[in-house]
Write a protein that binds this ligand. Structure first.
Ligand code: PDD
Length: 286
C-alpha cells in the first residue's frame, strides 16, 4: 500500500510530496508542529495538541492554516488513507512561501503538511519492559522552547549524541545542573518517598501533552506531585526515572550516563501510570 501525505489542500503520494524551496520552514525553520499518537484506531488527545498548536501559532504571530473542524478531518483522513491503527500523526505549519527575507512576508499563505506512519508496538513494548539509557548534554537552546517550533537543531544534535553512545534519549541540563527535559520527551523522577517530580512547564521545557495527562492521572491516583527542577544526581539516585512523549507515552529510564538508576529495572510507578494512561487520554476515532 502506498503512503499518502496531505500537502496544502491535496492528498498525494508520500514519495511525490514536496514544498517549494522558498518555503520559510525550509529556509528559516519558521514553522511549528505537533506529533500525536494513534492507538488502536483513535487519535490520542487531539484537542490538547491543537490547543497547543494554536498557542505556538499565536506566539509566532502566524496565521492558522484552517479552522479546527476541517483540520481534525484532515488528520483523520490522513490516518485513514494510510491505514494506521497504531502509529504517529505529524502536522507541520510554516509561514509559507515567499522570497527570502528575514522579516515576515506580507501575503504569505501558511503551508500545512500532515503525514502518518505506523509504528511497530513491539519496539515500544521492549523499551517499556527493559527501560532505556539516557545521556546528559548541556542545554544550549533558546529560551522559547515552550513554543513547538520545527527549529530543532540542538535537539537533533542531542539525540544523535545519545544514539552514538548507544542510549535512547538525551537529557538537557541547564547551567545550574538541573535537568530541563529530554531532546523529544519530558523528564520525571520518583523520589525515595514516592513523590513524582517534574520540572514546571513555565520555564525551560515544552509543556508536553503526555505530561499534562500524567499529572491528571497522578492526581486521580492520589500520588504526591512536585513541580520543581531536579539535578542529574538526584535523578541518578532516584527510586525511578521515566520520560513522557506522544511518540512513546511513558518509558522507564534505567541508566543516566555511567550510573544505573535503582536496581536497573523499570519501576512500579511508571508501570502503574502507563497501564492507566488510556483512561485519562481523549480518543478521537479515525
Ligand atoms: N516531541 N519535550 C520536547 C522537546 C519534545 O519534542 C516533546 C515531544 C515533548 C513531549 O511532548 P508531548 O507529550 O506533547 O509529545 C517534550 C515529539 C513527540 C516529537 O518531536 O516528535
Amino acid at each position: 500500500m502506498s503512503r499518502i501525505a496531505y500537502v496544502n489542500g491535496r492528498y498525494i503520494l508520500h514519495s511525490d510530496a514536496s514544498v517549494h524551496i522558498e518555503d520559510r520552514g525550509y529556509q528559516f525553520a519558521d514553522g511549528v508542529y505537533e506529533a500525536c499518537q494513534i492507538q488502536d484506531g483513535a487519535i490520542i488527545d487531539v484537542r490538547r495538541h491543537l490547543d497547543r498548536l494554536d498557542r505556538s501559532l499565536y506566539e509566532l504571530d502566524m496565521d492558522s492554516p484552517m479552522e479546527r473542524g476541517p483540520l481534525v478531518a484532515v488528520l483523520r483522513e490522513v490516518a485513514r488513507r494510510n491505514r494506521v491503527r497504531d502509529g504517529l500523526l505529524y502536522l507541520q505549519v510554516t509561514r509559507g512561501v515567499a522570497p527570502r527575507d528575514h522579516a515576515f512576508p506580507k501575503d504569505a499563505v501558511p503551508s500545512l503538511v500532515v503525514t502518518a506512519k505506523s509504528i511497530n508496538p513491539a519496539g515500544a513494548q521492549g523499551r517499556f519492559e527493559k527501560g532505556v539509557s539516557v545521556v546528559t548534554v548541556a542545554d544550549n537552546r533558546w529560551d522559547r522552547v515552550d513554543i513547538k517550533t520545527v527549529g530543532l537543531l540542538p535537539n537533533v544534535l542531542a539525540k544523535q549524541k545519545a544514539r552514538a553512545a548507544g542510549a535512547y534519549e538525551a537529557f538537557f541540563v541547564d547551567k545550574d545542573g538541573f535537568v530541563t527535559e529530554g531532546s523529544s520527551t519530558n523528564a520525571w523522577i520518583v523520589t525515595k518517598d514516592g513523590k513524582l517530580v517534574t520540572r514546571p512547564a513555565e520555564h525551560g521545557i515544552l509543556r508536553g501533552i503526555t505530561r499534562t495527562v500524567v499529572l491528571d492521572l497522578a492526581a486521580a491516583e492520589g500520588l504526591a506531585v512536585e513541580e520543581r527542577p531536579f539535578t542529574v544526581e538526584e535523578a541518578q539516585t532516584a527510586k525511578e526515572v521515566f520520560i513522557t512523549a506522544a511518540s512513546t507515552i511513558l518509558v522507564p529510564v534505567v541508566r543516566i550516563d555511567d550510573r544505573t538508576v535503582a536496581n536497573g529495572e523499570p519501576g512500579l510507578t511508571v508501570a502503574r501510570l502507563r497501564s492507566r494512561f488510556q483512561e485519562f487520554a481523549e480518543r478521537t476515532p479515525i
